[in-house]
Design a protein. Sequence first.
Length: 249
Amino acid sequence: MLGDIQDNKGRGEAAWQWPSIHPEGRKFGLIAAVICLVAALFAWETIAWPMAGLTLCILAFFRDPVRVVPQGGGLIIAPADGLVSLIREVEPPRELQVEDGSGSPRLGGAPVTRISIFMSVFDVHINRAPIGGTVRRVVYIPGKFLNADLDKASEENERQHLLIEGADGTVIGFTQIAGLVARRIVPFVKPGDIIAAGQRIGLIRFGSRVDVYLPAGTDAKVILGQKIIAGETILAQLGQQQQLEGSPL
């Protein structure tokens, strides 16, 4: 079935392992752990226990598990963990429509399908590339910090647009949106970078949302309310090419 991961006997599935902690989170975890240790040494239990809990929460939030990325022609992979909160026809963001003077491709103004993925504070917050190719645009827009699950967050919240062009000319746009709690978008890529599908490309701290703008004629493979996994769930497909084995990232 489309999206299934094959067994690991020569099929590319990664053996389970404890997830690592992303470097962006290690400094926060270290600070909390040091405060916890100092409080424990002085028997300040009212500080030590809450800080111990905070340390564990920070480590859980910044966990960075290995993901097995489906391989195959025309596959668009989920860029974020979370729930599919919106699926609708919209015009792409203006920043991904207009010429930017660099000669890079753009989405144009025709309506496209937007799939919105809401990430709670309990989800993994590492974002991954939906397709392999070249990063053509990275556009940061300052804004508000409304609840990321609201539709208007796409236009009013602090956000970062990315445009990726695949080797076959497919152009995918997606947007990282800061939320009520999330106040920092951290990019890992820049224009001109060549990336693989499922590669880590950024994170949003402490709860947020990602919008994906699918090319015209794309067959969406998810439904409203579905729980999806970044780097593993097949979000959509260009045509009906057969899926091949997975590749751990």
